[in-house]
Design a protein around this ligand. Structure first.
Ligand SMILES: [Zn+2]
Length: 228
């Protein structure tokens, strides 16, 4: 799953309003940030085969450190703990929001992946395989993302008009990216190339989320020159 992972991140923002959206965007792809890094380092392995599964070229045959169930739980608690220690606000709420967002990654991957997610070590692999039907999985991902976005915008409306526009523009951009990425993308030829492109995408969307955070900040009223 790609854009659908941002659904829980956006929804979490409705419940933990003090956590910046960009932090939740990192959390949503936290295990994939590590996955891409590990693929580049050769620690985890993937084969690229055109239309291997539905329209996905990914044969994810070895990723126990990031996408194994026990590792996903530990990694989610870890990033939740780091966020709770680093950010101001209710620490329990931050821990729960960030860890839950991070763990939702594994649950959503479970829905779309073929059985390549190990329950323990590199064994007992599971995956419900929705990616076999891209004309179903893509609308599901986009709906998840917009669902989270709508929850966020409703629970914590932007004090500025620019903030509302920025959030919805990011949603439209992400939906377009999902369509382009699934149906029109020439995938990179090598696993390293694929991992680098993934990292680039995650970093770019995180920066855009930081832009949305900025646009939705309460602006201090402008000082007027005092009239006589
Ligand atoms: Zn993943």
């Amino acid at each position: 799953m790609f854009i659908g992972h941002y659904g829980p991140a956006l929804a979490a923002k409705a419940f933990a309003k003090t956590v910046p959206l960009w932090v939740l965007f990192v959390a949503a792809q936290w295990v994939d940030f590590l996955w891409a890094t590990f693929v580049i380092l050769g620690v985890e392995k993937v084969r690229l085969i055109a239309n291997f599964f539905g329209m996905s070229p990914l044969d994810l045959f070895y990723m126990p450190y990031t996408h194994g169930l026990p590792s996903a739980v530990l990694l989610s608690l870890f990033i939740g703990g780091v966020a709770a220690a680093a950010l101001p606000g209710n620490r329990t709420a931050i821990l729960v929001a960030v860890a839950a967002t991070a763990f939702s990654h594994w649950l959503l991957d479970l829905v779309v992946h073929r059985p390549d997610l190990p329950l323990i070590f590199d064994e007992m692999k599971v995956g419900f395989g929705l990616w076999a039907y891209p004309y179903v999985s893509v609308p599901v991902e986009i709906a998840l993302m917009f669902g989270g976005l709508w929850l966020y915008d409703r629970a914590a409306p932007s004090p500025t008009r620019a903030g509302t526009i920025a959030l919805w523009a990011l949603g439209v951009f992400m939906a377009a990216l999902q369509v382009q990425n699934t149906f029109f993308n020439e995938h990179p030829a090598t696993p390293e190339g694929f991992a680098q492109l993934s990292l680039f995408g995650y970093v770019l969307l995180t920066l855009f989320a930081a832009g949305v955070d900025y646009a939705r900040k309460e602006k201090a009223p402008r000082r007027r020159a005092e009239a006589l």
